[in-house]
Design a protein around this ligand. Structure first.
Ligand SMILES: Nc1nc2c(ncn2[C@@H]2O[C@H](COP(=O)(O)OP(=O)(O)O)[C@@H](O)[C@H]2O)c(=O)[nH]1
Ligand SMILES: [Mg+2]
Length: 395
């Protein structure tokens, strides 16, 4: 799974990325093999079962702080969106290329309205425009992908028994599969014979496909600046169906850096921090005080960064957390590491899906699973719940 951090220039994408990927504690090597310069590891936060069972966990990946389990997810700092990006020129091309691999997007906007279309400083810019601007660019890009080949596709569909497969092939490389195409067609009540679609129907189709294949939430960033709260209220009113989170990436970065340097104790997503060191100078103290009063106390989401990541995984992508263990009494693996792994799985995943997620061989040799809370035996098609602790029995 990959979360893309997108938006126009200078809204705070890199600051968000840096804050989200800076861990407060030293962590085990990430479980992802290839990582490029603009890729990093962030974390979703969940309540670790260690508190419920009064034990101490030992994560293989990610970390646990005071009962909060932080599970790694891959993040991508996408190249800034430029007007006309869908034409695929220069930096626009980079933007689209980055976007291909993303499963969900966090769209960062400057809620203070002090950044214009091109990312230059201004006053009174309406950030509502950016929501439409970004979505329009992606929609046009999607449209071009099939629009350019439309005549050829229509010729081909006549000899093609599986039109959906043909359509899906056009979007391969964008993490769009036949299932998504099929769902979109059904939801919109369109004919499978896409050669019969009007141009209008094609436009509606790509828009809906973009929504389901690249779902997004809005991070209303720079909420610490004057005027941002008023714009945030307007955003909420104008886009009632969107998840919009007030954010201050700069504040989160300052808090995490202070925590890393042992100046404060801060857990991402919490609404407070504790000063730990006497070495804070006046300037640092003032900056922290500002963050506490203007951000942490005022917004239920704290700085908003953690809330964005959690929403991306749990709301947009609809994932649950499941803990596989080898010993369901002590909730550990064979080396006595307690709750060593936390897997993010799509809602609806079964005991067998978990087995395959752990290892292909475990999946192949699956006999049954055991729920560590109820000690019930579970069949392979048993649907898992969020926070389940599961032992898998193999041949
Ligand atoms: N006041 C304020 N400034 C921010 C915030 N996030 C980022 N910035 C500033 O906005 C500018 C652009 O940030 P950057 O992360 O480089 O933007 P990008 O071009 O979208 O990657 C920098 O000067 C940041 O310090 C924030 O939450 N509040
Ligand atoms: Mg940047």
């Amino acid at each position: 799974m990959l979360i893309g951090i997108v938006g126009k220039a200078n809204v705070g994408k890199s600051t968000f990325f840096k804050a989200a990927t800076l861990a407060e504690v030293e962590i085990a090597p990430y479980p992802f093999t290839t990582i490029k310069a603009n890729e990093g590891v962030g974390f979703v936060k969940t309540i670790c079962p260690e508190t419920e069972f009064k034990i101490k966990c030992k994560p293989n990946h990610g970390f646990c702080l005071e009962g909060f389990r932080f599970i790694p997810v891959k993040l991508l700092d996408v190249a800034g969106l430029v007007p006309g990006a869908h034409l695929g020129k220069g930096l626009g091309n980079k933007f689209l290329d980055d976007l291909r691999q993303a499963d969900a997007l966090i769209h960062i906007i400057d809620a203070s309205g002090t950044t214009n279309e091109e990312g230059k400083p201004t006053q009174g810019y309406d950030p509502c425009k950016d929501i439409k601007f970004l979505e329009d660019e992606i929609d046009k890009w999607f449209y071009n992908i099939i629009g350019e080949k439309w005549k050829m596709l229509i010729r081909k569909i006549k000899s093609e028994a599986k039109p959906i497969k043909l359509l899906a092939e056009q979007f391969s490389g964008l993490k769009i599969n036949e299932e998504m195409i099929k769902k979109t067609i059904i939801n919109l009540n369109l004919s499978e014979r896409f050669s019969e679609w009007t141009d209008e129907q094609l436009l509606v189709f790509v828009k809906q496909l973009r929504r389901s294949s690249k779902p997004l939430i809005i991070a209303a960033n720079k909420i610490d600046l004057p005027g941002a709260k008023e714009n945030y209220a307007k955003l909420r009113a104008d886009f009632p169906n969107y998840i919009i989170i007030p954010c201050s990436a700069e504040s989160e970065l300052a808090l995490r850096e202070a925590a890393r340097d042992n100046l404060i104790k801060y857990i991402s997503g919490e609404k407070n921090f504790k000063i730990k060191s006497e070495n804070l100078n006046e300037k640092q103290k003032k900056a922290l005080e500002f963050i506490k009063e203007k951000i942490l106390i005022r917004f239920i989401e704290g700085t908003g960064i953690q809330t964005c990541l959690n929403h991306a995984i749990f709301s947009l992508l609809n994932h649950i957390v499941v803990y596989p263990v080898e010993n369901e009494t002590h909730l550990c693996d064979k080396d006595h590491n307690v709750l060593p792994d936390a897997h993010l799985l799509p809602k609806g995943s079964t005991a067998l899906d978990l087995a395959f997620a752990v290892h292909t061989d475990i999946g192949k040799d699956f006999i049954a699973a055991i729920d560590a809370r109820s000690h019930m035996r579970l069949a392979k098609d048993h649907e898992l719940k969020d926070n389940d602790i599961i032992r898998i029995m193999t041949r």
